[in-house]
Design a protein around this ligand. Structure first.
Ligand code: SAH
Ligand code: DHB
Ligand code: MG
Length: 220
């Protein structure tokens, strides 16, 4: 793996078609200062999220895994004025950093962070309007559980995106670790499920070799 080269390509894309402004750099900086791991989506991946938000005309977004708020800021920016994003974060200290960065980005009104393990937050989201887009990016072992929940609560024509499903290629390894096996389970679960049409795209970049799954929710 040539991570230096992948990083250089991301950097060139960043200098040309994917701009990261002061506010986003500030969010990364604040997260770093607070000691959060630098595992946010890359700028090109974040731009893809923004394009997807716009393509589906999303007004309601659910995110699993806030970290320092980087992906939340990007998606919130792509929402219309009355659009809303709920982001679930297990760690209160991360949520605090995210809250400050999201407010500083000027999208505070659009974003609600709910602190606690996502599985415990889900009952509180029942009975609301369906989501237009769900971004799953929290604890990887639970990705299939989050997906199953999201599938029932995303409108037809909406999208469910799951990050980190390829995991250095361990997706292809039946003897991988728990997190990798969970991604295999997710794929097996979707195989032959007519409620979604999905694909997985492998990615390289500064963070290495991984990939994301994108699923379009079909009308029933
Ligand atoms: N989406 C973010 C990155 C998220 S990193 C971005 O791209 O900017 C994964 C996050 O999931 C971490 O902040 C971690 O604390 C959180 N997390 C881990 N387990 C969780 C759980 N059970 N419920 C909610 N969040 C969880
Ligand atoms: C990790 C989590 C992520 O969401 C990611 O994109 C990369 C790494 C992690 O937990 O290590
Ligand atoms: Mg991720």
């Amino acid at each position: 793996m040539d991570e230096k080269l992948f990083g250089a390509v991301d950097a060139f894309v960043g200098e040309t078609i994917v701009s990261e402004d002061e506010v986003l750099r500030g969010a990364i900086e604040a997260a770093e200062v607070a000691g959060l791991p630098a595992i946010q989506v890359s700028p090109p991946q974040g731009k893809l999220l923004q394009l997807l938000v716009r393509l589906v005309g999303a007004r309601r977004i659910l995110e699993f895994g806030t970290l320092g708020g980087y992906s939340a800021i990007l998606m919130a920016r792509a929402l219309p004025e009355d659009g809303r994003l709920i982001s679930l974060e297990a760690r209160a200290e991360y949520a605090e950093v995210a809250r400050a960065s999201i407010d500083a980005a000027g999208v505070g009104e659009k974003v609600e962070i709910r602190v606690g393990p996502a599985l415990e937050a889900l009952p509180g989201l029942e009975g609301k309007e369906p989501f237009d887009l769900v971004f799953i990016d929290a604890d990887k072992v639970n990705t299939p559980n989050y997906f199953a929940w999201a599938l029932e609560r995303t409108r037809p024509g909406g999208l469910i995106v799951a990050d980190n499903v390829v995991r250095g290629g361990t997706l292809a390894d039946p003897g991988g670790d728990e997190a990798a096996l969970a991604q295999r389970r997710l794929h097996e679960m979707l195989s032959g499920d007519s409620r979604v049409s999905a694909t997985t795209i492998q990615t390289v970049g500064g963070k290495g070799y991984d990939g994301f799954l994108i699923a379009l929710v079909e009308p029933v």
